[in-house]
Design a protein around this ligand. Structure first.
Ligand code: KG4
Ligand code: ZN
Length: 337
């Protein structure tokens, strides 16, 4: 008999629900994006995000159950993102999950969103078995983990300031590209952008640790174009985007392989929204080939926020005997071990 986990994800601007069997088989994966609601503001507006979640959560959850062709009574676990994220948004998903858990007497498992990103890899055909190094690159986080066991994650390093996705989003906004910025920068770079045209810094590349910093890189680009006319910025936009993207990719790849070398591990998982970036995927693949490292990058749909990864992590936690009670609270900041 399969163990069915119903995942709920509302940490930021995607309202998502999914049913996953045995932590690996996706039976349904519904994601209602709020991109259109936030686009006029050039970024996520927390108040709008929580209101949108409230409007959508029941419909999204019902759709996930319907798509899975599984009655709610057959669900064994409810997995829900507890944090980190926007508190108002998290509370919508958490309250919903608690209510369903209480009403249907289904065990509740609160999961960490950043850890959940790594579990997207468990939903791929040949999932990685721990130990492996995991890099999570998203709009809110850029962290490297040593994954000892499915639920034993040790943080090796993280960003000291902006997350990689946040830097993409801010630069895109500055260059007049639409939100969300990561994909806009990727598409703009592909319009003949030369990644070597502008020499931007590779922050903390030689710091000797596994931490990141992206705020200086962002400032370097802003300083570079200071005093330029709008016309000149427009003309150089593809080159600026390609040069910026290359700098971010270089740092992410270098630190990941530094972690692998330090720990003498040959398995790498890269997940989170920024892991959908085609250039990052290409460079990681090349480097993994050269270094003889096994690489897992979830499909793009599973890199960006979704509830299947939440259901997968909830399954592994439940198997370890972890069940949350009704008193669990949402948390906004990164969980550090
Ligand atoms: O994981 P995610 O969906 O949400 C968070 O947990 O933050 O990541 C969203 C981030 C955004 O900053 C977005 O710009 C970035 O991922 N992103 C990308 C790409 N697609 C999404 N960054 C670079 N290239 C992409 N193709
Ligand atoms: Zn995320």
């Amino acid at each position: 008999m399969s163990l069915l986990a119903f995942g709920i994800e509302t940490s930021c601007d995607e309202c998502a629900a999914s049913v996953v069997a045995d932590g690996k088989k996706i039976l349904s994966n519904v994601v209602a994006s709020q991109v259109e609601a936030h686009r006029p503001y050039g970024g996520v507006v927390p108040e709008i995000a929580s209101r949108e979640h409230l409007k959508k959560i029941v419909q999204v959850a019902e759709q996930a159950i319907a798509d899975a062709k599984t009655p709610l009574d057959d669900i064994d676990i409810i997995g829900v993102t507890q944090g980190p994220g926007l508190i108002g948004s998290l509370l919508v998903g958490l309250s919903f999950a608690k209510a369903v858990s209480l009403a249907r007497k289904i065990p509740l498992v609160g999961v960490d969103h950043v850890a959940a990103h790594l579990f997207a890899a468990q939903l791929e055909p040949k999932p990685p078995k721990p130990q492996f190094v995991g890099l999570v690159v998203s709009g809110g986080h850029t962290s490297i983990y040593l994954v000892n066991d499915h639920i034993d994650l040790e943080m090796l390093g993280a960003t000291k300031d902006d997350a990689a996705g946040e830097a993409f989003d801010k630069i895109a906004k500055f260059l007049g590209l639409p939100y969300p910025g990561g994909i806009s920068i990727e598409l703009e770079s592909q319009k003949g952008g030369d990644p070597r045209k502008y020499a931007l810094p590779r922050p903390m590349l030689k710091s000797g640790d596994l931490n990141f910093s992206f705020s200086g890189l962002k400032t370097a680009l802003l300083n570079l174009v200071r005093g330029w006319s709008k016309k000149r910025v427009g003309k150089e936009r593809a080159h600026l985007c390609a040069s910026f993207q290359e700098a971010v990719v270089d740092v992410l790849v270098a630190k990941s392989f530094e972690a692998l070398e330090k720990l003498k591990i040959r398995k790498l998982v890269v997940a989170g929204g920024v892991a959908a970036n085609a250039r990052l995927r290409e460079v990681l693949k090349m480097r993994a080939n050269i270094k003889n490292v096994e690489l897992w990058m979830p499909s793009k749909k599973l890199c960006t926020d979704n509830a299947a990864m939440v259901a997968a992590l909830a399954y592994f936690m439940f198997k370890e005997g972890i069940v949350s009670d009704q008193a669990i609270e949402a948390y906004s900041t990164l969980y550090r071990k």
